[in-house]
Design a protein around this ligand. Structure first.
Ligand code: FAD
Length: 330
């Protein structure tokens, strides 16, 4: 978070990239190479989503996100933030996950509640564009929130971890109101979150208003827009549904005549994304761009190059770390 703050102070726009764990262990080498190639452009950090069951062959399913995050840090040499949810665990479990992350050399956590309808545990398992929900019975249900996790981290670990938290430009679907949601976000920041990463959104105005509203109620922490380029017609509809977001009518109208042409949809999504990011960076509402990569390479690189955020060899914002400095050798 110190790097982020410094870059913001220097008014240097930057980017970060989100990945999800490869589904099977034999996909890991290819995955890490992809992360390595994409971080070469100067990603200030990468992050790994938290999933249960990302590898059905793995008995300790929860550790798969942690160990992939540690591999990204160790092999790709790029600062890695691990997402971590708490609603489906108790405090002791969450502290165990944090201890494990610490032992693996991770210093950044995106502290999340996670999704949990009463009595069931929901997760998203992703493989390229294949996303589905699964449900399992829960042994131990509780109602911990991201705010609790942020407090636990600060109580137990002081400043050891940088903490990110989630923000919702249109309000979280379960929030009593948009205003209450903003106040709750402020509580997360006041409890020790260092920065906010937002849920995806479709219109630049949505983010601009959100930032202005956050600043008005005294949220001073960096607010980084989470950007998901439209990469496929069915996939964006599925993601919007899972996130309980509505795709604006004019975007659906644009997509309608090209929806069976994957290349045309991707081209449209890339162009829209570039246009939106350029506006947010140019008008100063966004200090940086956080791209939901869906583990894909092509359009991500194109977007970053078009925005002038992709650094050339020797022109990286930060030099890579010396791998041997990392405590874990995988
Ligand atoms: P919280 O911030 O704890 O709360 C969620 C909402 O509940 C709040 O926004 C607020 O509206 C409401 N709320 C709670 N308490 C109060 C209160 N006292 N007053 C008013 N409102 C209240 N899920 C995963 O499973 N794995 C991931 O890796 C993952 N990564 C994500 C990354 C980002 C950037 C985002 C935006 C979401 C991610 N999610 C992930 C989804 C996330 O887990 C869900 O959106 C979940 O429903 C909420 O998590 P949270 O941390 O925002 O919850």
């Amino acid at each position: 978070h110190e790097r982020i703050e410094r870059l913001i102070e220097e008014k240097t726009p930057f980017f970060s990239l989100e990945f999800f764990p490869p589904r099977f262990v034999n996909g890991v080498p290819n995955f890490l190479e992809r992360v390595e190639r994409l971080s070469e452009g100067g990603s200030v950090f990468v992050d790994m989503t938290w999933h249960m069951g990302s590898d059905p062959a793995n008995i300790d399913k929860v550790t798969s996100s942690s160990s992939i995050a540690a591999s990204m840090l160790d092999y790709c040499g790029v600062d890695t933030m691990l997402h971590m949810t708490c609603v489906q665990y108790n405090k002791a479990d969450t502290l165990k996950h944090l201890e494990q992350a610490k032992a693996m050399g991770l210093r950044s956590i995106l502290a999340l509640r996670g999704d949990l309808p009463p009595g069931v545990c929901c997760g998203i398992v992703s493989n390229s564009f294949f996303i589905f929900m699964f449900q399992t019975e829960l042994e131990d249900t509780n109602q911990f929130r991201a705010l609790d996790m942020i407090r636990w981290i600060r109580e137990e670990y002081g400043d050891y971890f940088s903490i990110g938290c989630a923000g919702y430009p249109l309000g979280h679907p379960q929030a009593p109101s948009y205003k209450a949601d903003l106040q709750y976000l402020k509580a997360k920041c006041d409890a020790g979150a260092n920065f906010v990463i937002t849920q995806l959104f479709f219109e630049p105005e949505t983010f601009e208003k959100f930032v202005a509203d956050c600043r008005e109620i005294g949220i001073t922490k960096p607010i980084i827009p989470g950007i998901m380029p439209i990469m496929g017609y069915e996939s964006i509809k599925r993601i919007a549904k899972l996130s309980q977001l509505e795709i604006p009518e004019h975007i659906l109208e644009d997509l309608e005549p090209i929806k069976h042409d994957d290349d045309a949809v991707q081209k449209y999504g890339t162009e829209r994304c570039i246009e939106m990011c350029r506006r947010l960076l140019d008008n100063g509402s966004a200090p940086s761009i956080h791209l939901y990569t869906m583990n894909r390479e092509g359009s991500i690189r194109e977007i970053l190059k078009a925005l002038g955020l992709w650094k050339l060899e020797g022109d990286r914002v930060f030099p890579w770390k010396n791998r041997s400095q990392h405590p874990i050798r995988c």
